[in-house]
Design a binder for this molecule. Structure first.
Ligand SMILES: [Zn+2]
Length: 329
């Protein structure tokens, strides 16, 4: 029995992978594609374990010689190709090294798995070299190309790979993995299907930042420069990316518009916050909500082009504008 059930919320991908293992026909080149943080890499490693596992019963068993060596990172036939420290891409030299290795027979048996992650960040040279290897696949070697942006892979590579798609994770699955509780649920709601993002939200305090920002903006009166200063100060204290903060704001205004215009609860990202604070925005016109969203997008554009801008000052300017718009009826 092949057990990939530790890969949560990816029934379709797991079904395809189990099928390969059960039939004993594992393609020599696979692309694991789908959004960031939904379990692609985790699935790749588990799938590799199942290929190498020597057990008869449930595979991977996590206790046979192969499984234990993989656990220790000491299994020579499972190779990870990643971006080296202080580099921004996977380089040709790394692929040359792989070419050298695959020329030989696998060490431990008849299979070898090479996980390239993120495959879309190979340099052009590196991609070309991999393509050559994929055109003449060495026996027993399986490549797993992991990518959040399959569209950036050369079509020539894609056409040689069997595609396994991973979907955004359902919110309840994320909440469960994070151990439940209100913070986990809030993070799961906002994470748009990415477990990695949800984890970051909990550990980096983005959930608290979100709560504080929405609550303060909902209650703040006009002309409260001290309040604005305090808000941007405390939001920047959380270890979160300013683009995530802007994302929260965009999402919040989008939710307000949805709840006002369509009353379709199911489409909301911040159910609980809209329920708790949406009422404070009842007087704000739809026009002003749209302008608030645009103000957030504008700051985002400015920050993208001028990264040296002081984050706290940028946020202050944005908050001032948002409070003005809130009272714009
Ligand atoms: Zn095993």
């Amino acid at each position: 029995m092949i057990d990939l059930s530790a890969v949560k919320g990816q029934g379709q991908a797991v079904g395809i992978l189990s099928g390969f293992l059960e039939s004993g026909r594992v393609p020599h080149a696979l692309v694991f594609s789908g959004p960031e943080g939904v379990g692609k890499r985790f699935a790749a490693d588990l799938f590799a374990r199942a290929i190498f596992c020597r057990a008869q019963g449930a595979v991977p068993c996590f206790s046979c010689d192969s499984c234990r060596k993989i656990e220790r990172g000491a299994f020579p036939d499972l190779i990870h190709v990643e971006i080296a420290e202080s580099k921004t891409r996977i380089l040709i030299d790394q692929i040359r090294e792989i070419e050298r290795i695959v020329a030989y027979h696998p060490f431990s048996g008849d299979s070898r798995v090479i996980v390239i992650d993120p495959a879309d960040l190979m340099t052009e040279d590196a991609s070309a070299a991999i393509l050559k290897t994929l055109e003449e696949p060495p026996a027993g070697t399986h490549f797993i190309l992991v990518t959040g942006r399959a569209f950036s892979l050369p079509p020539t590579i894609l056409s040689r790979c069997q595609k396994v798609r991973f979907s955004p994770l359902p919110g309840p699955v994320i909440a469960e993995i994070l151990g439940g509780g209100r913070e986990a649920q809030d993070a799961a709601e906002m994470a748009r299907g990415s477990l990695a993002r949800a984890r970051l939200m909990v550990s980096g305090g983005l959930v608290s930042a979100q709560e504080q920002m929405v609550e303060t903006l909902s209650e703040m009166g006009l002309n409260d420069p001290i309040g604005i200063q305090k808000l941007s100060e405390s939001v920047t204290k959380y270890k979160v990316d300013i683009f995530d903060i802007i994302d929260i704001l965009k999402c919040w205004y989008r939710d307000l518009m949805i709840s006002r215009e369509t009353h379709r609860e199911g489409d909301l990202v911040y159910h609980r916050l809209v329920k708790d604070f949406g009422g404070r925005w009842a007087q704000t016109s739809i026009r002003s909500l749209i302008e608030s969203m645009e103000a957030a997008q504008q700051i985002e554009r400015i920050l993208t082009s001028r990264m040296h801008l002081n984050m706290r000052i940028a946020l202050e300017a944005l908050f001032i504008r948002l409070v003005e718009l809130k009272y714009n009826q």
